[in-house]
Design a binder for this molecule. Sequence first.
Ligand code: SAM
Length: 239
Amino acid sequence: MKKFKAYLKHFTPPIFRPNYFIEIYNRVFNKDKILHHFEYEKNFFKRHAFINLAISKFKNCKYLEIGVDDNDVFNSIPLSMNDKYGVDPKKGGNFKMTSDDFFKKNPQIKFDVIFIDGLHEYEQCQKDCLNSIKQLNEDGIILFHDFLPRSIYEENVPRKQSSWTGDVWKVAVELANSKNAQFKIINIDMGIGVLKIKTNFEYKRMKELKNKSFKEYLNYKNNLPVISAQEGIAFILDK
Ligand SMILES: C[S@@+](CC[C@H](N)C(=O)[O-])C[C@H]1O[C@@H](n2cnc3c(N)ncnc32)[C@H](O)[C@@H]1O
């Protein structure tokens, strides 16, 4: 059945493919919802560069990726397979399970670098963040994808289009307000959060964020610690 579907794809005109159809439909009928309210810095970096830079800081780095999909980032990680853990219940990586299950089954493993890019919904991302912090080695670094949505549909939960950050920006607001955290968001590739924890870190839960929408996010965004790629490099390297 899988093979048949793969063959069928080659004979289906693009307009009959669900994702393509939705993109065209939105371009015609939902122009205001797909309108970008800002753009990322134009340069030659993607998330892979910053994750690998963080990894390069550690001698025997242990890396965890939550949400792996096509292994796009995971395959770029230059570590032995004993030291890279990719968790995804659907596809990619080497642990086929949810992040909740992974943390429950492996509470003893500590990581130096963790990339959180699983389910793009506020509460799940918050859980992934708190569980990751518990299993982070001293001086470890946590990176996040998708902290800077540009349009209503990019942010909307449930998902409305293929380019999607969901509402994980709410975790970014909480981290920006947390005590004893060094936290920045690099303004590239949907927004890359970088978190370093200091002693006596206290996560700031902000229940009022739960029902906030894209419009309100634009106000919160003014106070987020958004930095350039160059500043991101310096931040990761403690320069
Ligand atoms: C955006 S993709 C990850 C892309 C990948 N990190 C990269 O940069 O190339 C999100 C992935 O999260 C996975 N996912 C969804 N719910 C999850 C969960 N509860 N735990 C872990 N992964 C989850 C999905 O199956 C999907 O493959």
